[in-house]
Design a binder for this molecule. Structure first.
Ligand code: GLA
Length: 391
């Protein structure tokens, strides 16, 4: 479904439910990270792009004298009602409503009260696929609230408000990557984000002969909840032993010198992060130089490190990377790696655009043979970040 089709669909649903067309329509994209995994909360670099898969929200004031926020999501059965005059608390049992509720709480905390509204939400970002469906929902909500309150936030403040919603309402101690790219994505560009200074640089990816191929393993292992905060703690411990504010300030030599004073697991976690930060900078230079083979090698190295040192891959992700590697440059694959938090979700590959069909067919077949699972395969050009469609 294209963005235009999704917008028409959500508007239609809103009109059907509320008996009038929506007054406001906003959208925010999911993302795929080309390289720089588990580096954002270590003050490192990341290199994501927004994808052509979106969350769209259509909204309006309620008819009559109704004092509440009413949120309907097409993919969740229970609509959510929020009273914007009361202090907001997280909903129990990991409700989807925590993402918009956390963002509403962030606006209220700034004295920006949206008042009552009805909203219809739909998304083409696959849930739980590691493509930041939650950031897309947060950022779309924030974009809607900017329109309703007539207060445009600074993009950095907006991304940080959404990250806080995820921390405090969804209970996920994520870094800043997902919300930043959903706010700041640009067509035809990757975003090189320095998570320490929060400065961003666009890295053009315009070459029509190269494409980004995303393969969803369609598995999500339930480890994600506890493993992510554990990784964060291990990185903090490594930084403490190395006497640096974060692993961004460390280097391979200092790490080797401290090895004897470190738990072996903590050592390997730090080795991943320090190497990955370096690979991300090299990869951005490789992309600027159209050195696709070099970028591909960095992607494979990233995957190996995430699998062996950071231990956030799984056999399904490894299977896709192995299949891609076997296809090789001759068959049109420059490089491939897991993307996002890990333990399932998607891989990202850099491929020759002319070979997409053949590569997709081969990956689908071999993955099915190896795992018994049907993969979902799609490509995306770098897309624009959040947008107001109707205000
Ligand atoms: C999740 C988090 C991000 C980032 C990635 C790993 O997507 O939300 O902040 O840490 O994992 O790179």
């Amino acid at each position: 479904m294209t963005l235009q089709e999704l917008i028409a669909h959500v508007s239609g649903l809103f009109a059907k439910t509320c008996g009038r067309p929506p007054r406001w329509i906003v959208t925010a994209p999911g993302r795929v990270n080309l390289i720089g995994e588990h580096t954002d909360y270590n003050d490192g670099f990341v290199l994501p792009m927004a994808i052509e898969y979106y969350t769209v929200i259509a909204a309006d004031r309620p008819a009559g004298d109704v004092k509440r926020i009413h949120l309907v999501s097409t993919s969740c059965e229970t609509p959510v009602v929020i009273d914007p005059t009361q202090p907001l608390k997280p909903f129990p049992n990991g409700s989807w409503a925590n993402y918009p509720a956390g963002v509403i709480a962030g606006f209220l905390a700034r004295g920006l009260n949206p008042g009552s509204f009805d909203a219809m939400i739909d998304s083409t970002v696959p849930f739980g696929g590691g493509l930041s469906s939650s950031a897309a929902l947060e950022v779309a909500t924030a974009t809607l609230l900017e329109v309703i309150t007539s207060k445009k936030l600074d993009p950095v403040e907006k991304a940080l408000l959404c990250q806080k919603a995820e921390h405090e309402f969804a209970g996920m101690p994520c870094g800043i990557m997902d919300q930043f790219i959903s706010v700041m994505g640009r067509e035809n560009s990757l975003l090189l984000l320095d998570c320490r200074s929060r400065r961003t640089e666009l890295v053009p990816l315009k070459d029509p002969t190269v494409a980004v191929l995303i393969v969803n393993t369609n598995v999500k292992h339930q480890l994600t909840g506890s493993e992510y905060p554990t990784r964060r703690k291990q990185c903090e411990e490594a930084a403490r032993i190395l006497e640096v504010p974060s692993l961004r300030g460390a280097n391979p030599r200092a790490l080797e010198e401290a090895r004897g004073r470190m738990d072996p697991v903590v050592y390997r976690r730090a080795r991943h992060v320090i190497g990955e930060i370096e690979r991300t900078v090299y990869a951005s230079e490789g992309i600027r130089a159209s050195n696709w083979a070099a970028v591909g090698q960095l992607m494979y190295a990233s995957h190996d490190s995430l699998r062996d040192d950071y231990e956030v891959s799984c056999k399904e992700l490894d299977a896709i990377v192995e299949i891609a590697q076997a296809i090789g440059i001759k068959g049109g694959v420059y490089g491939c790696r897991m993307t996002g938090g890990g333990f399932g979700g998607c891989t990202v590959a850099l491929v020759k655009a002319s070979a997409i069909e053949a590569i997709s067919k081969k990956i689908a077949e071999d993955y099915k043979n190896k795992t018994g699972i049907e993969a979902t395969i799609f490509s995306s050009r770098p897309a624009a970040g959040a947008m107001v469609i109707k205000a």
